[in-house]
Ligand binder design. Structure first.
Ligand code: NAP
Length: 276
């Protein structure tokens, strides 16, 4: 078993994830795994970094596929006995003018951004070693979407006692409400991406709380963040930040020094804790 520290970034064949891997290759003292659902796109990305003189390793990971997650889990367990840094970056968004019915957009978006991210965490968080760092890439849109929720929903999403099961129930209810055409009546905002990212931010708050309760002495720091508005296939060419700039906050959180006791369980943008 290797004692080399190991970092894993989901959805990193392009965009912000790719830039996070690039930065980690330069700054993380260990093996950095670029992961992608498509091995061809993943290997191509690794080759691109190699041309820059950077060494990333590749492992397949489709966060929508529980078997793919388990294969990565077993690989990390066997080869490294766990992992040190996990960046949950993979995500999707329908374009604003996409005419796919809203209920379909809701189901597909929640499937990857919330349920896929959660499934990765369920399998990989128990493997995170003491002093490990976990970064869940959410979005400022989670904050604006929270503001668009009913008072009752806002209270639930801001609660310091909400459980992961209760959150899963709420995310499932959103998808069901869109299918019944009652999501607005039920207090939800009109954004599937926004609700999926509320899920990611609230999940991070819950996971941090659980770490405090169950693994206090392990000094693991887990946070959610927004990378900013970044020029990628998702956000388009008019966005204000380059992918390398978008990687700055996630990388800052992934590399928090071992003597840091925070931030933990927070939502950050531009390396600054934001009020939830
Ligand atoms: P992007 O360029 O579209 O890249 C998304 C990455 O996620 C791609 O590598 C994609 O792989 C991967 N992915 C999607 N579904 C996946 C799955 N099921 N399993 C594994 N990988 C999957 O988007 P981006 O702008 O870099 O976004 C990265 C993260 O930042 C997302 O979570 C996004 O919500 C968040 N974010 C972005 C912005 C922004 O302005 N760009 C703002 C706030 C938050 P494929 O190439 O195979 O599709």
């Amino acid at each position: 078993m290797s004692s080399v520290p190991v970092a894993v970034v989901t959805g990193s064949n392009k965009g912000i994830g790719f830039a996070i891997v690039r930065a980690l290759c330069k700054q993380f003292p260990g093996d950095v795994y670029l992961t992608a659902r498509d091995p061809g796109r993943g290997q191509e990305a690794v080759a691109k970094l190699q041309e820059e003189g950077l060494r990333a390793l590749f492992h397949q990971l489709d966060i929508d596929d529980p078997q793919s997650i388990r294969v990565l889990r077993d690989f990390l367990k066997e080869k490294y006995g766990g992992l040190n840094v996990l960046v949950n970056n993979a995500g999707i968004a329908f374009k604003v003018h996409d005419t796919t019915p809203f209920a379909v957009q809701a189901e597909v978006t929640l499937k990857t951004n919330f349920f896929g991210t959660r499934n990765v965490c369920t399998e990989l968080l128990p493997l995170v070693k003491p002093y490990g760092r976990v970064v869940n890439v959410s979005s400022m849109v989670s904050s604006s979407a929270l503001g668009g929720c009913s008072r009752e929903l806002q209270q639930k999403f801001r609660s310091d006692t909400i459980t992961e099961d209760e959150l899963v129930e709420l995310m499932t209810k959103f998808v069901e409400d869109t299918k019944k055409g009652v999501h607005e009546k039920e207090g939800w905002p009109n954004t599937a991406y926004g609700v999926s990212k509320i899920g990611v931010t609230v999940l991070s708050r819950i996971q941090a709380r659980m770490l405090n309760e169950k693994r206090k002495g392990d000094h693991i720091l887990l946070n959610a963040c927004c990378p900013g508005w970044v020029r990628t296939d998702m956000a388009g060419p008019k966005a204000t930040k380059s992918p390398d700039e978008g990687a700055e906050t996630p990388v800052y959180l992934a590399l928090l020094p071992s003597d840091a006791d925070g931030p933990h369980g927070q939502f950050l943008s531009n390396k600054t804790v934001r009020t939830w």
